[in-house]
Ligand binder design. Sequence first.
Ligand code: ADP
Ligand code: ZN
Length: 212
Amino acid sequence: MNLILLGAPGAGKGTQAEAICKEFKIPAISTGNILREAIKNGDELGLKAKSYMDLGKLVPDEIVIDILKERIVKDDCKDGFVLDGFPRTIPQAEALDKIGVRIDKVIEIDVPDDVILSRLSGRRVCEDCGTPYHITNKKPQVEGICDVCKGKLVTRKDDNVDTIKDRLKVFHDQTAPLKDYYANQNKLSVVSEYSSLEKSREATLAAVRGNI
Ligand code: ADP
Ligand code: ZN
């Protein structure tokens, strides 16, 4: 089963991707995480991507398409995968079609911009394992420390108000057109439940099950 999670930055794609990954035993693939990892390791890929990411811009299509092509041929993807943060442009979606990747279902997590803004501006992430927290909605047990691995909690460079607004604009201009792209193929399900991550997860899993 090959799935795509579509949604604005901060819509909860990462959290829902993990839930799908657990329940359906398919890997969650986040191009954002792969890029951040490359930056952390000082790889050439990371050097290329960093300036775009820090400004909230999209990394060029050729780069992310290559990353994805390399990732989905790995062994763990043979029974399917869930893509978190890819495709983000029409050319990226067309690239999937071109390489013959059949997509079964696209789940859009629809969250209003003002909710996104407050979620992302208060987000803190573990610099070691990436687990997300929030200064008011999801506090760690010990301030500044990850519950999972005791790593340090930091603010992502692109989680400041101006950059969040730029990312939202990029989403509406370049990524939102993918809704029609997949609706026209009868593959789109919309999850509008965002009041809590738990409710959003139930709705997301229900949408995935609808396809089996
Ligand atoms: P978010 O969904 O919160 O923006 P991600 O981790 O998915 O976070 O992405 C962070 C950044 O990584 C994006 O702003 C962009 O610069 C880059 N990126 C990730 N995936 C893609 C993609 N498919 N195409 C282009 N850029 C990407
Ligand atoms: Zn951690």
